[in-house]
Write a protein that binds this ligand. Sequence first.
Ligand SMILES: NC(=O)c1ccc[n+]([C@@H]2O[C@H](COP(=O)([O-])OP(=O)(O)OC[C@H]3O[C@@H](n4cnc5c(N)ncnc54)[C@H](OP(=O)(O)O)[C@@H]3O)[C@@H](O)[C@H]2O)c1
Length: 306
Amino acid sequence: METTVIKPQSPLYAVVTGANKGIGLTVRHLAQRGVSVVLAARDPALGVAAAESLRRDFGLENVVSHQLDVRDPSSVETLARFVEGRFGKLDILVNNAGASGLVVDEEKLRDLNIDPQVWLSGQAVDIIQECVKQTYDGGVTCIDTNYYGCKRVIEALLPLLKLSSSGARIVNVSSLRSELKRIPGEKIRNELNDIENLNEDRIENLLKRFLEDLKEGKLESGGWSMMLPSYSISKQVLNAYTRVLAKRYPKMYINCVHPGFVKTDINWNTGVITPEEGAQGPVMLALLPDGGPSGCYFDQTNKAEF
Ligand SMILES: NC(=O)c1ccc[n+]([C@@H]2O[C@H](COP(=O)([O-])OP(=O)(O)OC[C@H]3O[C@@H](n4cnc5c(N)ncnc54)[C@H](OP(=O)(O)O)[C@@H]3O)[C@@H](O)[C@H]2O)c1
């Protein structure tokens, strides 16, 4: 399904997380459509530099940078107070910040020269064993960034999102690795697809089980995805959380999106499309027309199966 993007008629206010690089380019597209955007970056100097280059190279005065480490509750709270003081409400939140949680020998990975199709299908799992390592600490970082980080930001900004007059748009940047069909364990698949009964407690119990199995070397027997394990579960639960929220806040438009296999740092530049192309899905969902979809998963700009 293709959904059209509209240009806002009245002023809109947005926050994009992890916006200093890569798919964070979403900021530019929103600003070029007249949205006032907070470019949130973990490293404040990188945020200032990114906003400055948008001002210098594209004449965009409607972008302001602000520090945000999604793992740090006080940083999240400070951002929320900044948005409240500056805009008084929030119309669009793009949760783009993400971490792989993997330890990678990039040179070895480059030498393997893996076919993108093999990589995307998940069949590279055995080939990359030598150069892509999943540690327990990496798993914790990944889940704390991609799921809990996103949840922290949403919860802190929710009071402001509720003030958006035509229903706030929340876009959770997910991944192809999130798709339920890629999870070997049927029980895990069913739990994450049980929308009637799903809630944060159930999601977080599942994450605890994942981390226990990771610690004890039982991921395969536990039925978890073996291709980028912590990254996969972090995005699988992000999708589940998206559906929980969409059900809870029917006036908002809350969706998740796989941006495509984009050449950025998070995949050690193995991707095949540009950040420009990767930003298209998030931008489309950030600017959904009234009455558009909610609680859905998109593969780039097309609605897809969870
Ligand atoms: N590239 C792909 O093919 C692909 C595919 C599927 C999904 N995605 C998703 O797309 C999103 C953007 O990734 P990307 O491809 O643009 O990669 P990227 O260029 O590496 O960007 C990742 C961004 O997340 C930020 N970040 C990481 N940890 C953070 C934290 N604790 N607090 C705040 N910001 C943090 C990074 O900040 P620093 O610069 O400070 O590290 C950076 O700005 C991620 O959610 C990723 O999972 C990407």
